[in-house]
Design a protein around this ligand. Structure first.
Ligand code: G6P
Length: 610
């Protein structure tokens, strides 16, 4: 949510900044801008509403020349996405430029104070108060002014600031919004996401909350707002440039759907212990005594990650025999949940930066609960806040609608169920071995499901005119119905409701007619016969049915209007296989409807505001 890039070094900053924010465009794309300290010591700022392409057009042949600058791609929180509200923002004298990700909660109070002191505001944003605060605090050193200004601020921020009064220097600070430095010899980047700098370096330093950094061509220094200079390790990220490019696919979403055999292999690599019927997980950080003491598991997350949590709940209860529940992070953090050191709270997040999930995790820690993160982005805030965790190793997910992360999250939850169940002796070796074998076979089966893409496209051609869809599933596949419906809404702007199939009778059945198709997830499992009845209920009311069924099931031929077949696997892993055709359906529908698949309207990949 909002992307920040800064560069200082020997090269022209403008093209590097533009390239950097383009790589971050999935974080927000309603307006963009950059500021460069130009040769004569002036500050040049250019910004535009709309996607980065608009800014690029405005800068063509006109790029400000200088080797120190900052840039931003925005997802609006305060103020409409127009030119004035776009970042960078500047002070009254036009000496300072600032980009910001996050929300300043006391912006209104600060603005009134600053206006009383004579500051003139141009935008409706909360961000602009920061730059005027810095102007107010400026004596002769930019970092001192930034540090003084930040003492007055409530809320969250990742910021980068430059000033013509302190040229060739970037000051960056973080509280609650991710920020990292990229280190090259004699040149330095700052960004909210490693993707922005991956073409130039994989050596990074993660800033922690309460820290700020000063970058210049001669080096960088990190300080803690309350404790002075700090020394931090340089870490090497494993992702490479190819991972953040489309690789011949029309869209990132399609590429990421097709990457799933590989991402699932990465999720299980080195982790399956068939003989022992369990998983090897190095980052749980809990002793057997601590594991044994856990009485309850609470899983939390947002969006697609929350759906994965629902699947985890079913698995943990069935195989590890531990009470488990799933909470929306945004609700959980504002309740007064009963938590103690016998509760394990698992936060699931692809980005590791979702503000509500991070806050729920912090709340759980404060209440004394044990915590785990199931995260994709290495070094992200949630990964670093949790007591232990499981990385899903899905590689960068750029498409705003989450796909490959979801299936890997399910696998990570399965691995944890094995680990937890075996360690606590609530899962037999025989059952554990069966799950391990099924996990090992899963990537190949997903390859097989991907072969349905052309057939799913034909379905999309038939149905892409429909304005409403119902997605139904039962048991382990009820969350798949939710996820299938979410994918369709996100990328094709078609209204879709996910429902537990039997609940349909209590409301949604009233909506069924030939214009509202039902997508029914009906693999051959313990609730299969029940869901067949639900299919009949839809058909009896003139509805059309697309059913996802197991290979070898011919009983529904002629009863459902269309069948998508998936290979057999154990019941708890069917969600992985059943989800893939629903991802493809959403994708093909969106393309046929002319939607912007990778950057759907109003959404952002990483929601770092509440
Ligand atoms: C946003 C994204 C969703 C994602 C959700 C949670 O809404 O658009 O695709 O599922 O955030 O993100 P997280 O990174 O915490 O998994």
């Amino acid at each position: 949510m909002c992307g920040i890039v800064g560069y200082v070094g020997p090269k022209e900053a403008g093209p590097l900044l533009l390239e950097g924010i383009k790589r971050l465009e999935y974080r927000g794309y309603d307006s963009a801008g950059l500021a460069v300290l130009v040769a004569d010591g002036e500050l040049a700022i250019e910004k535009r509403p709309g996607k980065i392409a608009e800014l690029e057009r405005a800068l063509a042949g006109n790029m400000p020349r200088g080797s120190c600058g900052i840039a931003h791609t925005r997802w609006a929180t305060h103020g409409a996405p127009n030119r004035v509200n776009a970042h960078p923002h500047s002070d009254c004298r036009g000496d300072i430029a600032l980009v910001h990700n996050g929300i300043i909660e006391n912006a209104w109070v600060l603005r009134q104070k600053l206006e009383a002191l004579g500051h003139r505001f141009e935008s409706e944003t909360d961000t602009e108060v920061l730059v005027h605060l810095i102007e107010e605090a400026y004596a002769d050193c930019l970092e001192d002014a930034v540090a003084a200004a930040l003492q007055q601020v409530e809320g969250t921020y990742g910021i980068a600031v430059i000033s013509s009064r302190d040229p060739a220097k970037i000051v960056a600070a973080r509280r609650g919004s991710p920020l990292l430095l990229g280190i090259v010899d004699g040149e330095y980047f700052v960004a909210s996401d490693v993707a922005a700098m991956l073409a130039h370096t994989r050596d990074v330093v993660y800033l922690d909350d309460g820290e700020y950094a000063v970058l210049s061509r001669s080096g960088y220094q990190i300080y803690n707002l309350s404790a002075g200079a700090v020394t931090k390790e340089i870490e090497r990220v494993s992702w490479d440039l190819a991972a953040i490019q489309k690789g011949g696919f029309a869209h990132f979403m399609l590429k990421e759907i097709f990457e799933q055999p590989e991402t699932l292999r990465n999720a299980i690599r080195g982790r399956l212990l068939e003989e022992e019927g369990t998983a090897r997980l190095g980052g749980i950080n809990m002793t057997d005594e601590e594991l044994a003491a856990i009485e309850r598991v609470v899983i939390t997350g947002c969006g697609t990650s929350w759906h994965a949590g629902l699947i985890g709940e079913y698995m943990l209860e069935e195989f590890a025999r531990i009470p488990a529940e799933v909470e929306y992070a945004s609700e959980f953090r504002y309740r007064n949940p009963v938590l103690n050191d016998r509760t394990l709270v698992i936060a699931i997040s692809q980005s590791g930066e979702t503000a509500d999930t991070l806050a729920a995790l912090q709340e759980a820690k404060r209440a004394g609960a044990r915590t785990l993160g199931i995260v994709n982005v290495v070094g992200s805030s949630i990964a670093r806040t949790a007591d232990g965790g499981i990385y899903i190793h899905a590689g960068p997910e750029i498409g705003v609608a989450s796909t490959k992360a979801f299936t890997s999250q399910i696998v990570a939850l399965t691995l944890f169920t094995l680990y937890f169940g075996r360690r606590r002796d609530t899962l037999s070796i025989a059952t554990g071995r069966g799950i391990v074998r099924a996990l090992a076979d899963l990537p190949e089966k997903v390859e097989h499901v991907l072969e349905t893409s052309a057939a799913v496209k034909e379905l999309a051609e038939e149905y892409h005119g429909c304005r409403n869809f119902l997605y139904l599933g039962r048991g382990n596949n009820f969350p798949v119905a939710l996820e299938g419906a979410l994918k369709l809404k996100e990328v094709s702007y078609v209204h879709a409701e996910g429902y537990p199939a039997a609940e349909m009778k209590h409301g949604p059945i009233a909506l069924i007619d030939e214009n509202m198709p039902a997508v029914v997830v009906a693999p051959t499992d313990s609730v299969y016969s029940k869901i067949v009845s639900n299919i009949e209920e839809v058909k009896a009311r003139g509805g059309r049915v697309v059913a996802v069924v197991s290979e070898g099931n011919h009983a529904l031929n002629g009863r459902a209007d269309h069948l998508i077949r998936i290979p057999q696997t154990i019941e708890c892993l069917t969600p992985v296989l059943a989800t893939v055709p629903l991802q493809l359906l959403a994708y093909h529908m969106a393309v046929l409807r002319g939607c912007d698949v990778d950057q759907p309207r109003n959404l952002a990949k990483s929601v770092t505001v509440e």
